[in-house]
Design a protein around this ligand. Structure first.
Ligand code: SAM
Length: 482
């Protein structure tokens, strides 16, 4: 008998190894079962409602059947539905952010991460508050409004007090017309009390990658340090939610374990959060293992090719339609371009993954966490997104208006996106174009905005958005939002 129980708070019961193995067996058995696959695809399609659209999502078993299926025609349908879902719930907006590395001091022994304790090649660095300020000014001068802060785990060098102080500093910097309006946090699993402090500090999403859901592999990949504790790590999101954080971000580091196992585990984790807390993950990230100091990705057996990666991303989009999908600059322009058509809703731009990387002219490599594949500037990324029909958005309105957790999900389902998120995206893009863009991007962007304003259905909202956009262009008034 399987011990599987999505409502349990015990890691090995909501991520049950037996349930994953049975799911993989079921998926393998049904991967050519056209009738079942068609039923699953039908369930996954968005349905129109009187006020907007809804989407049923898929269970981890159903989604695993799609992931196992290798019939080209069905894979094409999966991709098409992924794009339909993205358009129905997110429109053509793509949210932009940048990572900010605070410290690479770390006491863990993660075998895939260059920050591991025994790596003597990497110089250790921790930003002072003055350096945080300088990095934030550099990020604001690029045009960023949303950051994800990153740090190694080290209770002496980077205690929670240090992280909280950095958050305070980041929010306090107001340089020219710049401001960081949302700080997401990617730090090691911690206590309910510390999550409460992060919530009080005004963080957006708490992000923690599971790395792998396979317990035995997890223990081998994290041989030493506090991260070795599989249950403590896997149950972290429950503690975060108990501490009042209702936007949490999941992720798996693809390349460490077999992808089908990870995929089922990831969706079971999402189902668990929904079952226990009434709200699923706000975001899912899909990082792939990269070369880094003292890390050779070919030493790991489970690397995935670009086609498999695309299929995984599209299947996630079908399974959890209301969850944002994040893709970082670990991936190349080509891969990012492809995945943007399969449901990805957030990308990083102009990223540097070294501690203090934004204040040096040339890209520093010595303290880098991993090789950045997409090395374009933010302006190039913004311009490129518009070339492909996307609207780059610097919006942070939802969480500042208290639309987090299930309230964000309701907005997503209400069909009000074109009257709310869409104008917010256009207004924040106007801020970017007015304050930071190069001439060509500016020209392109303003004609995109003119065209996109016409798509706002509510006349009153459209008028207000137009007025705000004029104000942004002609004055220093900023930060309008619906
Ligand atoms: N220290 C925190 C923790 O343990 O969760 C989070 C910060 S760490 C800088 C962010 C993420 O980078 C990790 O969760 C891991 O998935 C990812 N990472 C580590 N090594 C990597 C590599 N070689 N290539 C790509 N991503 C990597």
């Amino acid at each position: 008998m399987s011990n599987y129980n999505p409502k349990s708070k015990i890691a090995e019961e909501f991520i049950s190894n037996e349930e994953i193995l049975e799911t993989l067996e079921y998926a393998e058995k049904n991967k050519n079962n056209i009738q079942l696959i068609d039923e699953i695809l039908k369930k996954a399609r968005p349905k129109k409602t009187a006020t907007g659209a809804t989407c049923a999502g898929l269970t981890h078993r159903e989604a695993s059947v799609l992931l196992a299926c290798d019939i080209p025609e069905k894979i094409e349908q999966i991709y098409k539905i992924a794009e339909e879902i993205k358009q129905a719930f997110y429109g053509n907006r793509i949210v932009i952010f940048a990572p900010l590395y605070l410290s690479n001091y770390c006491v863990n022994g993660c075998t895939y991460c260059p920050y591991h304790l025994k790596n003597k090649e990497i110089p250790r660095k921790k930003l002072t508050q003055d350096e945080v300020r300088a990095e934030v000014i550099a990020l604001q001068d690029m045009g960023h409004k949303r950051l994800a802060i990153e740090s190694g785990e080290d209770p002496v060098n980077n205690p929670i007090e240090y992280i909280l102080e950095c958050i305070k500093t980041i929010y306090s910097v107001k340089h020219k017309n710049g401001a960081i309006r949302r700080v997401n946090v990617n730090i090691a699993a911690t206590t309910v009390e510390n999550y409460r402090k992060l919530k009080e500090a005004g963080i957006g999403t708490y992000i923690l990658f599971q790395e792998t859901y396979h317990k035995e592999s997890y223990l081998q990949l994290h041989p030493t340090g506090p991260k070795h504790d599989y249950a403590y790590h896997t149950e972290a999101m429950d503690r975060a939610m108990e501490g009042g954080i209702d936007d949490v971000g999941l992720g798996v580091l693809f390349g460490l374990e077999r992808y089908k196992y990870e995929f089922a585990g990831l969706l079971m984790h999402a189902e668990h959060l929904e079952a226990v807390h009434g709200v699923g993950p706000h975001t899912i990230s899909v990082p792939r293992l990269k070369r880094a100091s003292d890390i050779d990705p070919t030493q790991f057996d489970n690397g995935i090719d670009d086609d498999t990666f695309a299929k995984i991303t599209a299947c996630i989009r079908l399974a959890v339609p209301y969850t944002g999908i994040i893709i970082s600059t670990r991936e190349s322009e080509e891969v990012r371009g492809r995945l943007l058509q399969m449901g990805v809703s957030q990308v990083s731009g102009g990223s540097r993954t070294s501690v203090g990387g934004y204040t040096t002219k040339d890209r520093p490599h010595d303290t880098e966490q991993f090789d950045v594949s997409d090395q374009r500037t933010l302006d190039e990324v913004v311009s490129w997104l518009m070339d492909y029909g996307h609207i780059p958005s610097f919006c942070t309105a939802c969480y500042r208006e208290g639309r987090t957790g299930d309230r964000f999900m309701s907005l997503c389902k209400s069909g009000q996106i074109l009257n709310c998120c869409h104008p917010n995206a256009l207004m924040t893009l106007t801020e970017y174009l007015t304050d930071y863009a190069g001439e060509e991007t500016k020209k392109k962007g303003f004609s995109v905005i003119e065209r996109e304003l016409e798509r706002i259905p509510n006349e009153k909202v459209k008028q207000i958005a137009e007025q705000n956009i004029t104000d942004i262009k002609n004055s220093n008034r900023r930060d309008f939002r619906f």
